[in-house]
Design a protein around this ligand. Structure first.
Ligand SMILES: [Zn+2]
Length: 107
């Protein structure tokens, strides 16, 4: 895991608890220094998910087979798209985690 600045340093984001979250390297690199993205369903720009102020389960759900993150809201869909949270590499990994009983998380 890596530390992500929710509001990027390039946009005057602080290195503080309220502005940091853990992210895998892939998500962090695809997020880059953006704070908003396009919701692929509505075609409108919206803020990315903020794990410090928003609840994951209100914006995302796991697919029935546990391999894909589904966006439930504009924020969720835009975040899934921007961070490429369903890239082919992670889908294969999640499939193996499901078989092993490690995934999806129970909460
Ligand atoms: Zn990730």
């Amino acid at each position: 895991m890596t530390y992500d600045h929710i509001l990027p340093v390039s946009k005057n984001g602080e290195t503080s608890y309220d502005n940091l979250c853990l992210a895998c390297r892939t998500c962090n690199e695809f997020k880059g220094d953006v704070t908003e993205a396009i919701d692929p369903l509505l075609g409108e720009t919206t803020a990315l998910f903020n794990p410090r102020t928003q609840k994951w389960s209100e914006h995302f759900a796991w697919s029935l087979d546990g391999t894909r993150v589904e966006g439930l809201t504009a924020v969720g869909r835009a975040t899934v798209a921007r961070l490429r949270m369903n890239n082919p590499v992670i889908i294969v990994a999640r499939g193996r985690w499901v078989i092993s009983g490690w995934h999806p998380p129970k909460d």
